[in-house]
Ligand binder design. Structure first.
Ligand code: SF4
Length: 367
């Protein structure tokens, strides 16, 4: 719902009036935060502790993986990437297909393509040395204001603004702002800039993230255990759990479609590699239709018209960022003499290497 201009003005006034007390308590807040972090902060595979700094390559890898994905899922991927491509030059030299295969299961494949493109640029244009300033970092593919801030602060100890979902919640509660996050984004940036400590800027956002992940929880904040309790307006006002106000949920549109799985006598399955740009770009896919305008139903593909397909009883549901796909799955066995038409080919049925939607459809006909 659109806010009236009067409401916006009064909200801005309240929000701004809360920055000053927070800024005034910043030295104490940092002291309490760092004391807690030294004892209770998470030890994650990519993290170093100040005064040691995390290599920029590790911050870059982990932050791109963490966009839309939880820490526990990212850790094994991060370790595998570092083992296979120990530095930015190695990642830049890797074929994109290998990077996409190693990324499979993390979803949001545009991140993997951007990771690879950014690695190639840093390797060729910057001699493998990451830029350390916020503006230049944002010129690289896949690096927006948040990731640029994270690299600048965590890898280079710069006074950069780093605000993820956890930090947003912690800041809003510290200031007692009982509104939706979207209404105070710019206020949070101003507030963050005011409380960045003069030393140990690298641990600061990581410690705040950990407070958000383990103490200042979305539903049941553990205020009694919180090292920032003395500086927290929401706790004083008894409204911690009501902040931030949740936006009204809008249901995602549903797209229905069909996936066609043709199996050869030796167990291989017919797939093609999707175009690099667009949904599931560069990933292997079965012929499909309906859910994605660029896909083509198998019976419409020359050479596949005569195949008799069996429809599975179940409908496979998969949630993408902007829509939910509901797919009917059709399967058939190919004759030994059948040759897949271009751009299709036989592939080993390794569901782990595929986009989740395709893996779910394959598992449906295999079970
Ligand atoms: S006191 Fe409670 S609401 Fe405030 S920062 Fe700590 S956990 Fe969050």
């Amino acid at each position: 719902m659109a806010l009236s201009s009067q409401h916006k003005k009064s909200l801005a006034k309240t929000a701004e009036s809360r920055i000053l007390p927070l800024a005034a308590s910043a030295p104490l807040l940092s002291d309490n935060l760092f004391r807690w972090y030294a004892d209770k902060g998470r030890h994650l595979a990519w993290r170093a502790r100040w005064p040691e700094l995390t290599p920029a390559y590790h911050v870059f890898l982990s932050e791109l993986m963490l966009q839309q994905t939880v820490v526990a899922t990212v850790v094994p991927y991060f370790l595998r990437f570092c083992k296979r491509w120990p530095d930015i030059h190695a990642l830049a030299r890797a074929p994109l297909d290998d990077v996409l295969i190693e990324w499979a299961g993390l979803g949001y494949y545009a991140r993997a393509r951007n990771l690879h493109k950014a690695a190639q640029l840093i390797s060729s244009e910057y001699d493998g040395i990451f830029p350390d300033d916020y503006e230049t970092l944002q010129t690289l593919p896949g690096i927006g204001p948040y990731t640029a801030g994270a690299i600048a602060a965590i890898a280079f100890d710069k006074p950069a603004i780093v605000i993820d979902g956890n930090i947003e919640r912690v800041l809003m509660r510290l200031m007692g702002l009982k509104v939706q996050v979207a209404e105070v984004k710019s206020v949070l940036r101003t507030a963050y800039a005011q409380i960045i400590p003069t030393t140990n800027r690298s641990d600061f956002p990581q410690a705040l993230m950990d407070i958000g992940a383990s103490i200042c929880l979305p539903k049941n904040p553990r205020c009694a255990d919180c090292p920032l309790k003395a500086q927290c307006r929401a706790d004083k006002d008894g409204m911690a759990a009501d902040i931030p106000v949740k936006p009204v949920k809008i249901a995602k549109p549903v797209r229905t479609g069909a996936v066609y799985i043709l199996t050869a006598p030796d167990g291989l399955v017919m797939m093609y590699r999707r175009p690099q740009r667009g949904l599931l770009g560069g990933m292997l896919s079965f012929p499909s239709a309906g859910w994605d305008k660029s896909a083509l139903a198998a019976p419409q593909i020359e050479g596949l018209e005569d195949i008799v397909w069996q429809k599975s009883q179940r409908v496979i549901r998969h949630v993408f960022t902007h829509f939910t796909a509901e797919m009917s799955v059709y399967s058939a066995a190919a004759q030994p003499s059948f040759m897949p038409p271009e751009p299709y080919d036989w592939h080993r049925p390794i569901a782990d290497d595929w986009p989740r939607l395709m893996a779910k459809c394959f598992l449906d006909i295999s079970s």
